[in-house]
Design a protein. Structure first.
Length: 149
């Protein structure tokens, strides 16, 4: 009987630590969201606060590679595993607004197709840009290492 109790409590410490990291990661994300919301009105360009929050989070994770990055990464991974659930409220909203959208379906379908194609093109161009920058960076490193100019 005693061994069963020892085994059960043994797993509590790692679970509590993981829960603490997840809570800390969520708090980091929420703090970045709030900072982004506070910064957005101060910028000369109109950007949503949530977008600025993502920029702040990306800058924080790029600059800081310790507990903050690990906790935010774990929390983000947990959210991404449940990603499909975030579409449920949007789907319910579309279904409740189906009546007013009924007459606008050609515009909605056109917007979906155009935005999907635009996202595909922008993703492809971004990937080409990143690959080109990586190739230049590798060539520059090889020139420095090998002594070629």
């Amino acid at each position: 009987m005693r061994r069963i109790a020892e085994v059960r409590t043994e797993g509590l410490v790692p679970a509590a630590r993981r829960a603490g990291r997840l809570i800390f990661g969520f708090l980091v994300m929420l703090a970045c969201l709030e900072v982004g919301g506070a910064l957005a009105p101060l910028l000369p360009v109109r950007l949503p606060g949530a977008l600025m929050g993502m920029v702040v989070l990306a800058a924080l994770l790029t600059a800081h590679r310790g507990r903050v990055a690990v906790a935010a990464s774990e929390a983000g991974t947990l959210l991404m595993r449940r990603y499909a659930l975030f579409f449920v409220p949007a789907g319910v909203g579309v279904m409740t607004s189906f009546g007013p959208l009924r007459g606008a379906w050609p515009a909605v379908v056109t917007a979906l197709i155009v935005s999907s194609l635009l996202a595909l093109v922008v993703t492809g161009l971004t990937m080409q840009l990143v690959l080109g920058l990586q190739a230049r960076s590798r060539r520059a490193v090889l020139q420095v290492v090998c002594g070629h100019e």
